[in-house]
Design a protein around this ligand. Structure first.
Ligand code: CMC
Length: 449
């Protein structure tokens, strides 16, 4: 059953209780007391605070649910992205990812994710114009970049400079002001590629290349990364399109680790630059957006098709993980991985075949028929093939998570805005089950044995 749109229909507790029919409840018997409770069910979910009425006595705090890593806890109602992990379905605002990847552009998809609807032609023109005219960053950010070591990881530079942007736009702290919010959304989508490209140029010791407003969003990404002495950089249209599709595929993925970080930090009403720096930091980890980098390192370590079976044995012995495989939500083929495989072929036609693809295909072939992977429902995820394309586009591995971050920026911002306007949301503050020492008295150091 689709959830009501947040911010429009006030899906509050009153509505929640009013829509409950006699069968839409969960009966709970507390065997400690013999008491029976009727817990309302909405959207196949119970409200965790409804458990608090379950108490042994008046001093009892009340029942909580324990769910480390949010394995089975919805932290919000969201109208942005729908995933059915068992069926391998991904939709942004209702539109299947396959259709968007085939026919949309990244900027149009970003508009859809932020606004909830596809733009009309005038809306599209205005949106593209606004993003295009906010790509420049203050020259002092460049100076900040120059302070990093020559070999600084570009993701570390990206995280830091996104945070630093907040100091240039103090009005961004007005997170309850819709107009201010919108300005920061435009700025962040526009400036993310500039920060990413400057981090890359710093690493390679190349002079920073400024944005070119004549190019598309993605054409400009390639321009700022790869322009050398030519008067005007002309991106290869096949490669430009491939990167655009990759950005679309990464644009949002509902309550993943980094979106959750964005919402959690944003819930304290921190400005969106600070919140997005936290989201990007969460993305950096090898279990999340850093996985694409690890996939490439893994493929290089395997080195040859002949070594694949040996590597699979090590995975099954739990010595190593098969990076780019497995997902918290998908227990079927990640639909993004299917699309990426097709895009990889298009890119290889232009730049030549990446020899690591044969190792990747062999890994996938063996894994998909192996009992361990079948029984654990482990399939290739978005990161398994994306790195091979990034590498074919001449990006160094350290840039892979940064490219992921460019694509994910509209998703983080849509999640952030949705959280702020949702009347049910408050500052994110989980409970804990305390398992430490009971009260004891302080012992002066001379009396400690
Ligand atoms: N290789 C080998 N075994 C695995 C893998 C893997 N890649 N992923 C999960 N497993 C096993 C895991 O050892 C566990 O086995 P057992 O039940 O025998 O102890 C079982 O599968 C369940 O794993 P889990 O860690 O409980 O699953 P999770 O939902 O907590 O973790 C994951 C999801 C993505 C962190 C994990 O699958 C993983 O570490 N994959 C590799 C890293 C990766 O590719 N990450 C990118 C995710 S997609 C893009 C994104 O969101 O950024």
């Amino acid at each position: 059953m689709p959830l009501p749109k947040t911010g429009t229909g006030a899906p509050d507790r009153t509505t929640h209780e009013a829509t409950v029919t006699s069968k839409q409840t969960l009966s709970v018997i507390d065997n400690r007391t013999g008491k029976k409770y009727e817990i309302p069910i909405q959207n196949d979910t119970i409200h965790a605070t409804d458990l608090r009425q379950i108490r042994v006595n008046d001093d009892d705090f009340g029942m909580m649910s324990y769910d480390p890593a949010f394995n089975n806890t919805a932290s919000c109602k969201s109208a942005v992205t729908f995933i059915d992990g068992d069926k391998g379905i991904l939709r942004y605002r209702g539109y299947p990812i396959e259709q968007l990847a085939e026919t949309s552009t990244f900027l149009e998809t970003a508009y859809l994710i932020i606004h909830g609807e596809l733009p009309t032609r005038p809306q599209q023109t205005e949106w593209v114009d606004q993003i295009t005219h906010h790509t420049f960053i203050h020259e002092n950010i460049k100076k900040l970049m120059e302070g990093f070591r020559y070999d600084a990881h570009p993701m570390g530079m990206f995280v830091s400079t996104v945070a630093a942007l907040s100091t240039f736009y103090p009005e961004a702290s007005r997170v309850r002001d819709a107009q201010s919010r919108y300005r920061q959304i435009i700025r962040l989508i526009a400036k993310a590629p500039t920060l990413a490209a400057f981090a890359y140029r710093h690493n390679t010791g190349m002079p920073y290349a400024y944005p070119d407003n004549d190019l598309s969003y993605t054409g400009n990404v390639l321009n700022m990364m790869f322009k050398t002495t030519e008067a005007k950089y002309q991106p290869n249209p096949v490669l430009e399109h491939a990167l655009d599709v990759l950005f679309i595929l990464h644009a949002d993925h509902e309550q993943n680790c980094s979106a959750n970080a964005m919402r959690a930090v944003g819930s304290s009403e921190a400005d969106p630059y600070s919140a997005m720096a936290a989201a990007a930091a969460a993305l950096y980890g090898p279990l999340h957006g850093g996985a694409n980098e690890q996939v490439l390192r893994m493929l290089r370590e395997i080195g040859h098709i002949e070594n694949v079976s040996e590597y699979i044995k090590r995975v099954k012995a739990k010595e190593v993980k098969l990076m780019g495989f497995g997902h918290r939500v998908y227990k079927n083929y990640d639909p993004r991985a299917k699309i990426i495989k097709r895009v990889a072929d298009e890119v290889f036609e232009v730049v030549g075949r990446n020899p690591l693809i044969d190792i990747a295909l062999e890994l996938e072939r063996i894994a998909l028929q192996d009992d361990y992977f079948v029984s654990h429902k482990l399939y290739p995820n978005v990161d398994f093939y994306s790195g091979l394309i990034y590498e074919a586009l001449r990006f160094p591995v350290a840039m892979f998570p940064v490219l992921f971050a460019i694509g994910r920026t509209p998703g983080w911002l849509a999640q952030w805005q949705e959280m702020l306007i949702d009347p049910e949301q408050k500052i994110a503050r989980p409970r804990q089950v305390y398992i430490g020492a009971v009260k004891r008295d302080y012992v002066p150091i001379q009396k400690r044995s």
